[in-house]
Structure formats: C-alpha cells, structure tokens
Design a protein around this ligand. Sequence first.
Ligand SMILES: O=C(O)c1cc(=O)[nH]c(=O)n1[C@@H]1O[C@H](COP(=O)(O)O)[C@@H](O)[C@H]1O
Length: 240
Amino acid sequence: MTTSQNTPQSHDPKIIVALDYADSASALKLVAQLDPALCRLKVGKELFTSAGPQFVESLARSNFGVFLDLKFHDIPNTVAKACSAASNLGVWMLNVHASGGMEMMQAAKQAVDTSASKPLLIAVTVLTSMNQQTLNQIGIQTDIATHVLNLATLTQQAGLDGVVCSALEAEILRTKLGNDFCLVTPGIRPANVNKDDQSRVVTPADALNMGSSYLVIGRPITQAANPLKALEAIHAECVS
Ligand SMILES: O=C(O)c1cc(=O)[nH]c(=O)n1[C@@H]1O[C@H](COP(=O)(O)O)[C@@H](O)[C@H]1O
C-alpha cells in the first residue's frame, strides 16, 4: 500500500464511492471489495461521526484517495480551523458550503493552503436532493441553474478548486468557469436504477459528457449485490 494521498492518484479515477455507512467495519467490508485503480472513496457525516478522524487518517494512508465530505458551514474562523484539522488527516479533497460566503471560503482556502498536505478544496452549491420548490421554500426565488452559477462563480472568485453541483449544471459551469475548475457531481444514477432521495440525477456517461470532473456514487455501488461488478460496469460506461 502507498502512504500518501495528498495529491491525486496518478491515474486519477473519476468515480468517488460514497461510504455512507454507520460504522467502520461495514465501510471496510465494502472497501475490501473495491479496486483503487477504479475509484476514490468519500467519507461523509455519518461515518465520520461514528468512526472518527483516526479512521479517516488510516483510510487516507491506503491506496484510495479520500474525499472528506463534511460540508463545513460556520463563521470564517471556525471553518478555517476545521479545514486545517481536516487537511492534517491527509485527505485528497474536502468541502465547505458556498452559501457560507466569500469571507468564509477565503478563510477556508487559506487554511488549506497553509497546511502541509494542501488537499483540494471545493464548495457545495445547491444539493442534488433539492429542486426548485425546495429552493423556494428556503426563500430563494432565483431559478436553480442561475443560483448554482452564482454560487460557483463566488467559489471561483474565492480561489477554491471547484464545486459540488448536479451534472445538470455542469455544462453551463464548464462554459462559464473554464476547464481548470473542478466539477464534482453526485446524483449519479445508471439508467433504470432507483433515484432514492435524489432529485436531479444524470447517468455516469452523460455526466462526464456534460463536463463533470468526478462522479460521486453511493447506493448504486454500495447496495449492489456485487459492488465491484457495479463499479466495473459504471467505469466501463465512463471510458466507452
Ligand atoms: O457533497 C456531496 O457529496 C453531496 C452533495 C450533493 O449535492 N448531493 C449528494 O448526494 N452528496 C453526497 O453524495 C452521495 C450520494 O449518494 P447516493 O445518492 O447513494 O449515490 C451522498 O453521500 C451525499 O451525501
């Protein structure tokens, strides 16, 4: 096993498998079935809260790059400190909420850039579980695509590496924000697979064609009868 995941793996797999599990044992059982040549791993709020930072650190020392998805959103000083602590775990990528604003994102970026490992820092725009109605309910009347573009533009101006968005917005963001801006897209569903609680879904191949840099995929792989086969099938769809 290699020891550092602070820079992207040289082969740069596009699939990030969401380890949405209640404990480390369940997560590791899945990880043992996956191929690091085909994917990275994402640790989110559930697994981080139950398994803790030591688990993330050990995962980050394996052959898989780790995206620590804690979506920080707080006052700038608090987010900056959280980002420093997360960077020190040796993860490949971490995230904040773009709606925390310019000052918060700049503070986060400075914290990450002054860490030893300098992971990629991205910001969540509008969650893929949300639609126009859920946006309206929280007082935002702007149409979803415009709101995503506004938040992504702010994120780029703050100096971050990219955003989390739906692949449905990837095309416009790629056009407006250029090829170097990282677009990480959850809400990915192969054709004929259950949408679960996702609203804005796109197939893996379409997402890449629309400009996604990385695809976050959970249940279509983790709940499959054979997770490795599901991963290999999605990977094959992506490279064909
Ligand atoms: O930041 C994320 O990763 C994220 C942002 C978003 O807008 N939507 C979204 O689904 N996610 C995460 O992506 C994963 C999607 O999992 P599945 O719906 O099972 O594929 C989950 O871990 C979510 O927390």
